[in-house]
Design a protein. Structure first.
Length: 136
């Protein structure tokens, strides 16, 4: 039997969570899709690549793209989301995006699990990215 607490935790993990060091769940998939729709990420033969408009746009959001590029880690890759069964953004850029989102208060860690809570400020930021991509 599943308890109410377990059910709430599962819903929270499905909505937004950290997957290693990047954003996952429904919010992670929404972000991935908005970045693709907006042309900030472009499909390549090997996966995805960050575009020049994407680098500028993410920089405007406060993401340190240069620092993400400087490491040995792959800049952009996808990760299959186990709740949504669709990709979310991983790699150095995915980690930098989650760091920025936490620093800007778009998400908070409400407890000791991987679950993240989307704040009102974060909902506005995500809605704004989706609105931009709808106009792209």
């Amino acid at each position: 039997m599943t308890s109410l607490r377990q059910s709430r935790e599962a819903r929270a993990l499905g909505h937004a969570r950290s997957c290693y060091d990047h954003l996952a769940g429904a919010c992670g998939v929404r972000l991935h899709d908005a970045l693709l729709d907006q042309g900030w990420l472009a499909p390549t033969r090997g996966g995805l690549d960050l575009t020049a408009p994407g680098e500028a746009g993410l920089g405007d959001l406060g993401v340190d793209v240069a620092a993400a590029r400087s490491g040995r880690r792959v800049l952009v890759r996808t990760c299959l989301d186990w709740t949504e069964r669709r990709p979310h953004l991983a790699g150095a850029l995915g980690a930098a995006l989650l760091d920025t989102a936490l620093a800007r208060g778009w998400f908070v860690r409400p407890g000791s699990t991987r679950a993240l809570r989307l704040t009102e400020l974060g909902a506005q930021a995500l809605d704004g990215l989706e609105a931009r991509s709808a106009g792209a």
